[in-house]
Each structure stands twice: as C-alpha cells, then as structure tokens.
Design a protein around this ligand. Structure first.
Ligand code: FAD
Ligand code: NAG
Ligand code: NAG
Ligand code: NAG
Ligand code: NAG
Ligand code: NAG
Ligand code: NAG
Ligand code: NAG
Ligand code: NAG
Ligand code: NAG
Ligand code: NAG
Ligand code: NAG
Ligand code: NAG
Length: 589
C-alpha cells in the first residue's frame, strides 16, 4: 500500500527522486541519526541513564545472549499480569502492539512459541530502541528537544493500556512516565491566572505515572473520591491517555467525565516549553487537552482533579440466564426500554453480557439511594424480566457499601468478596486484542428500542459501560474538545476479540480485526448521532475523525497544526495523522 503510494508519486513527478517526495522520521542506522557521542551528551542531561530495552521475553530464547531459564519462568508467570506490564518500560498490555505485524512478516518475541527453532528469534518488534526513565519535567523537555532536533520518532508510555499501540513504535525513543508518582492535595486550589477573588476548591494534583488503583486508596484516606477509570487491578493511568481522551468511570453520571473534573494541567509542548493550561491560562490548549487524545497536544506532567466527599453507596447486582433466543431478545428489549429511566433514577455501572448470561453491576449514591426513584425503577425491571419465558434470574443482590472505595476493592481488586460478574477473572492483559466502541445516545434507547435490542443481541459478548446521562449530559458539548457524543450518550458499548498470538497468521489477524468492526457496525449504523471513544479505538474505524471527535475535529486539527508544525507527536488515528503511514514513520502525501 505504502510502496504503491510512493510509486505513484515518483511517476507523477517524473525525474524527481522518490526520497524528495517523502518526509520520514530519522531512524537508527541512518546517516541523519545522532552519533554515539551526541547521544551520550544527551544522556548527561537526564536524571537516569538511557535504557536500551529488549522485549521482555528475550530471556526465553536459547539463541539470544540474554537467555536465562529462571528469568524466563518469571516472565511467563507474569505474562498476563496487568500490573507487571504497567510497571515495565518494554511491555504493553496488548502484546500484538509489541510486535510488527504486516502482510510480509510477524516479528514478535513469543516465549510460548518454539523458542528452540533456529529460525525463531526474539524480534525487537515495536519495542523502542531507547527509553528515558523520566522523573522530572526537565527529563521530558530534554527528550522532546532532542527528538525534535534529530527528527526522531518519539512515543510516550505510561501503563500501556492503549489498544492501538500508540505508546510504542518501531525504531522509536520512549518517554516512560511510570516513575512520576507525585500526589498533592489542596483544600482550596485556585487555577493560575484566575481572577482575584476566585474561590478555591478541593483538588488533588498528580504526576503522570499515577495509576487509578493507587489514587483511589490515597484519596480514600482523605475521605474523598475522584472520578476515575475502572479496571481490574486498578492499573489504568490517571494522568496519561485516560484524561487526554476524555476519561469515564462509574462516578461520571454523578460528577462528570474525567475531563469535566480537570481544573488545571501542566504540559510539555512539542517545542519543549513547559506550560500551565486551565480556563484562564492557555484556554485554547486546555480545550484541546481535554479530549483531543494523547499525546497529540503535549506531554502531561501533572493533572489537577476536583475531589468530592466520599459518601455511602448502594450497589445492585443481577445475573440473568436465558435459555431461548426469544427470551434473550425479550430481556434485552426490556433492558433497552428501561435503560434511560434507570439512568435518570441515579444508577451508573456496567452491563456486561456473554453467551446466555446478562449481568448488571450498578451503583447509586446514598444508602439507601438518595434518588427516590432508584429502587422502584430497577425493581420494576427485575419484576418484568422474571415474567419472561426463557429468562431466569440466578442472582439478585442489593448491598450497601461504606463508599465507592469499598465497592471497588471488593469487586475489582480482591474479588473474593465480589458479587455477580467477576471482573478479576482474566485481567485482560498479555494477550493480543482488537477493540471497537460505540457511544449510544439516549435517543436510540427511546426511539429504536427493538432495533437496538436486536443489534445488541447479535453480539455474543460485550462490555457496555453505563457512564452517561446525569452530570455528563449537562456540560456544554463545546466547552472542551472531547467527543460531543459523550453529552448525549447513556452507555459506551465495547467489544474486544483476541486471537492466538503463537499460531495466528496475518490473514487470521486481519479477519479478527474485520470481525470486530463488522460486529460493531450493527450498533454503529443505528446510532448516527453517537460516536466512538478515542481511548477504545478500532483500527478499522470508518471516518475516525468524525467518530472520535464529531464536529470538534476541524478546530482540533487547526490547533494541532499550529502547535506541532513538525509533527513530533503524531499517533495512529490521532489528530493530524492523515498524512502519515500507520507506523508514523513516513508521510504518505
Ligand atoms: C483494562 C482496561 C480498563 C479500562 N477502563 C477504562 C475506564 O474505566 N474508563 C475509560 O475511560 N477508559 C478505560 N480504559 C481505556 C483507557 O482510557 C485507555 O487505554 C488509555 O489510553 C490508557 O491510558 P494510559 O496512560 O494508562 O496508557 P498508555 O497506553 O501508556 O497511554 C495511552 C496513550 O496516552 C499517551 N500518553 C501516556 N502518557 C501521557 C502523558 N503523560 N501525556 C500525554 N500523553 C500520554 C500514550 O502515548 C498513548 O497514546 C481501559 C482500558 C483497559 C485496557
Ligand atoms: C543539554 O541541555 C542543555 C540545557 O537544557 C541544552 O542546551 C543542550 O542542548 C542539551 N544537550 C543535548 C545533547 O541534548
Ligand atoms: C513489514 O515490516 C517489515 C519490518 O519492518 C518491513 O521490512 C516490511 O517492508 C513491511 N512490509 C510491509 C508490506 O509493510
Ligand atoms: C527508573 O527510575 C526509578 C526511579 O529512580 C528507579 O527506581 C528504577 O530502577 C529505574 N528503572 C530502570 C529500569 O532503570
Ligand atoms: C489581583 O491581586 C494582586 C495582588 O493583590 C494585585 O497586584 C492585582 O492588581 C490584582 N488584580 C486585579 C485585576 O485586581
Ligand atoms: C447459567 O448459565 C451458565 C452458563 O451457561 C451456567 O454455567 C449456569 O449453570 C447457569 N445457571 C443457572 C442457574 O442455570
Ligand atoms: C428495593 O428495596 C427493597 C426493600 O429494601 C429491597 O429488598 C430490594 O432489594 C430493593 N431492590 C433493588 C433493585 O434495589
Ligand atoms: C481478600 O479478601 C479475603 C476475604 O475478606 C481475605 O481473606 C483475603 O486475605 C484478601 N486478599 C488479599 C490479597 O487482600
Ligand atoms: C473471581 O475470580 C477470582 C479469580 O479466579 C477468585 O479468586 C474469586 O473468588 C472470584 N470471585 C467471585 C465473586 O466469584
Ligand atoms: C426520538 O423521539 C423523540 C420523542 O418522540 C423525538 O423528540 C426525537 O426527535 C426522536 N429522535 C429521533 C432521532 O428520531
Ligand atoms: C495457541 O495455540 C497453541 C497450539 O494450538 C496452543 O498450544 C496454545 O495453548 C494456544 N495459546 C493460547 C494462549 O491459547
Ligand atoms: C466473529 O467473532 C464472533 C465472536 O467471537 C464469532 O462468533 C464469529 O465466528 C466470528 N466471525 C468470523 C467471520 O470470524
Ligand atoms: C512554544 O509553543 C507555544 C505554543 O505554540 C508558544 O506560545 C511559545 O511561544 C513557544 N515557545 C517557544 C520558546 O518557542
């Protein structure tokens, strides 16, 4: 594809050399690449020596100099451990993005393959050639400066949860933010540049390496909660990709999206300046940072979030089995029909389903719920579905928790005390993945009830997040760059498929990717006013600019082009990525 495009250019311009029509990143081994002495001088400017990582499973290959069976056993034992993958510079959560996968090669470092075959190697793949173990803002500034000067391919890795591989890259240099773990509370935070007399509010300011599970523990000790991501083990980053793309969580219907809770950010820009962004200082940058996608508008060095008082919550858990297709469709039709009322009655949460099983994991503020409609609305749904032939409720529990933190610990961290859907089974890490998402607007639950139920039941397995409505829906959609579809959606449907990394061919992988896109399409076509979530991207997402940003895209693009004229921080399906190949190594137009 790429080569054909080059050929077309060469023919069109006749005698001009092909290279003249191209603009590529400077890669190791090329004459443009900095010498060892220059790299060493750069290294002197950093707080830590550069790391030159190999893929973590290199110790498993007898033909690799680093071969070490004991170390290999440790790597294999941790292969599916999300926290382990989050805490290393040379691992991602989804292993397909550690590999180069294209129509001619699959270059991976798979410890479960035939490591004794002479032809099998631990390939470097998309693991960066150098990593800056950043601990200070200057580390990040120096690296941005250096990568700019030599036109290097720069990537930013925090926890590696991103599902398009944007935190790694072939022949790239990586800024690794994991060790920037500052957490600081304020009772009366006033944004820089706010008018005199602006009242301070309670906040927490965190470094870019902080992860949600840790932050939840820390804010709980202060009697506070923050709106954050919800994943098994709590390893998603709190100040990297999550806030850059929008950020949703179970508390969003009560307190807003992640971006709605950001009071101030500090960021290293593509020209290496370190600046503050909030409503009063660099407001255009602040607009772009709140939803434009990481790391397109700079590298976050801190995020200041509002905190909210912790209060008791009530959780509702349901497991329903269906024994017939008719029963399954009738159950989903009831659920779709009641979904807006359930949101309006103050419930948030998840409604994963798989095969014949349908689950609810919901939460309302208060014990009992402060919203007077909460109990009757949900109980009415339970009563209705219990009458449907072919539907069997196998678990129905309503339980009060002292607060969000206890609910989270019990169901997502130590699930011994969990109820209903088991979120810690198969912490989805160390596997290859293809993902799609769809933000489903309220109007579709109301106006296309049966069609939406049919589209949902066409999927064997999905993980919808009920994180919309309420406080998410009352924010001006144009107040920040985040997808305006978030303001009208009620639930975010996510689909993920995996494959066997050891045995899959390129054709197999392409088929799975196409399958995810096709599966999502049933819901996509029904929801023209919906969108997709840039933090749950589909590699084949049609018209990704519209899907991820709706009518905010033109403003984001213009701002990006002015902010980053040398395309330092471009990522696949990121703002202004159109002119680049998928690996962001060369321009294609
Ligand atoms: C198990 C799991 C659970 C999830 N749960 C939720 C959820 O509840 N709610 C939700 O909204 N999303 C959720 N997500 C999606 C999540 O928001 C994205 O995966 C997000 O990109 C992760 O960001 P990260 O910083 O942790 O990861 P990384 O993969 O390290 O980074 C993600 C992207 O942000 C960039 N980036 C990283 N650090 C910075 C920085 N300091 N400045 C600028 N850019 C940076 C990276 O270059 C990359 O492009 C979940 C994902 C998984 C896998
Ligand atoms: C080291 O840092 C100084 C001061 O920021 C800068 O002028 C210089 O260019 C840097 N050197 C390298 C090799 O990055
Ligand atoms: C596949 O990747 C390899 C390794 O980077 C590269 O040499 C080859 O040109 C790529 N093939 C295609 C079709 O992109
Ligand atoms: C990165 O820096 C941290 C903080 O100083 C240090 O603890 C850690 O060992 C370093 N990691 C690597 C892989 O060098
Ligand atoms: C705000 O307060 C500072 C310090 O008291 C003062 O110097 C400044 O003039 C004030 N600005 C306005 C706009 O009142
Ligand atoms: C519900 O379905 C699951 C999966 O099909 C099955 O394991 C379980 O036994 C069923 N439970 C009941 C109560 O029928
Ligand atoms: C509604 O309240 C009753 C009485 O407290 C309780 O038994 C029931 O579980 C509640 N239903 C839901 C769905 O919360
Ligand atoms: C998980 O909870 C159970 C039951 O409360 C407890 O016995 C166990 O020690 C906990 N495990 C961890 C790792 O905290
Ligand atoms: C969930 O699965 C984990 C891991 O298998 C197990 O320890 C835990 O007890 C399970 N919890 C529930 C509620 O089934
Ligand atoms: C959905 O129905 C409502 C109420 O009947 C109506 O106001 C709205 O325009 C409809 N939306 C669509 C997209 O049909
Ligand atoms: C992949 O397939 C191979 C060969 O069938 C099998 O041995 C291996 O267990 C599979 N791996 C996974 C993760 O399913
Ligand atoms: C697509 O994925 C679904 C769900 O895993 C599976 O049932 C179906 O067979 C797949 N279809 C194709 C064409 O691979
Ligand atoms: C860096 O970029 C910002 C935003 O475009 C600009 O305001 C600032 O003047 C630039 N700084 C330098 C030193 O060029």
């Amino acid at each position: 594809m790429l080569q054909l495009a080059y050929l077309a250019v060469a023919i069109a311009v006749g005698v001009a050399p092909i290279e003249a029509a191209l603009q590529c990143k400077c890669l190791p081994g090329q004459s443009c690449f900095p010498s060892a002495a220059v790299i060493s001088a750069f290294e002197q400017n950093l707080t830590h020596p550069l790391i030159n990582p190999r893929p973590i499973a290199n110790v498993c290959f007898p033909n690799d100099p680093a071969f070490n069976q004991a170390a290999c056993n440790t790597v294999k034992a941790n292969w599916n451990n999300g926290a382990f993958r989050a805490s290393n510079p040379n691992t991602l959560q989804f292993i397909n993005w550690e590999s180069i996968i294209n129509s001619t090669v699959i270059e991976q470092c798979d410890p479960f393959g035939n490591v004794n075959a002479p032809a099998d190697f631990c390939f470097q793949g998309r693991v960066p050639f150098a990593v800056v173990n950043a601990t200070t803002v200057s580390d990040i500034q120096n690296t941005v400066q250096f990568a700019s000067e030599f036109n290097l391919k720069l990537v930013v890795k925090n926890t590696g949860h991103e599902s398009l591989g944007r935190s790694f890259g072939e022949s790239s240099i990586e800024i690794w933010t994991h060790n920037m773990q500052d957490v600081e509370f304020s009772d009366s935070f006033v944004p820089l540049g706010a008018p005199n007399g602006t009242a301070g509010i309670p906040t927490v300011t965190i470094g870019p390496g902080v992860q949600w599970g840790d932050l939840y523990d820390i804010v709980d000790t202060q009697g506070k909660v923050v709106v954050g991501g919800i994943g098994a083990g709590g390893t998603v980053g709190a100040a990297g990709g999550w806030p850059m793309g929008g950020g949703h969580g179970i508390l969003s219907p009560f307190f807003g999206l992640g971006v709605d809770n950001i009071v101030e950010e500090t960021v290293v820009l593509p020209n290496a300046s370190h600046v503050t962004a909030n409503l009063f200082t660099n407001p255009d940058l602040f607009w772009a940072l709140r939803g434009g996608g990481g790391p397109s508008f700079g590298i976050l060095t801190s995020v200041t979030y509002m905190t909210h008082p912790a209060e008791p919550v009530t959780a509702a858990f349901l497991v329903a089995n269906t024994t017939t297709d008719e029963g399954r469709l009738a159950l989903f039709t009831e659920w779709v029909a009641v979904h807006p009322a359930v949101v309006d009655a103050g419930w948030a949460g998840f409604w994963p389903y798989s095969g014949t099983q349908f689950f609810l994991t919901l939460m309302a503020l208060g014990d009992p719920p402060t919203n007077p409609a909460a109990n009757a609305t949900l109980q009415g749904f339970y009563n209705n579905i219990s009458q449907i032939p072919g539907v069997e409720i196998t678990l129905e529990v309503t339980k009060a928790y002292t607060g969000f933190h206890q609910w989270y610990e019990d169901n997502f961290i130590n699930s011994t005390n969990g109820i209903g859907f088991n979120y810690t089974v198969g912490d989805f890490s160390g596997v290859p993945v293809a993902v799609a998402s769809r933000l489903i607007p309220r109007e579709n639950f109301e106006n296309n009830t049966v069609a939406l139920a049919q589209a949902l039941t066409a999927l064997d397995d999905a993980r919808p997040f009920l994180v919309g409505g309420g406080a998410v829906s009352t924010v001006d959609p144009d107040a920040m760059s985040v997808n305006p579809a978030f303001r009208v959606m009620l639930s975010d449907l996510t689909i993920a498929l995996s494959w066997n990394a050891t045995t899959a061919t390129f054709a197999d992988i392409s088929a799975v990717r196409q399958n995810v896109t096709d599966l999502a399409n049933g819901v996509r076509v029904l929801t023209p006013n919906g969108g997709a979530y840039v933090n749950e991207p589909d590699i084949l997402e049609p018209n990704f600019q519209q899907s991820y940003w709706g009518d905010h895209y033109p403003r984001l693009l213009a701002f990006k082009q002015a902010l980053d004229p040398n395309d330092l921080l471009i990522v696949l399906q990121g703002v202004n990525s159109e002119a680049w190949d998928d690996e962001i190594l060369c321009k294609t137009v």
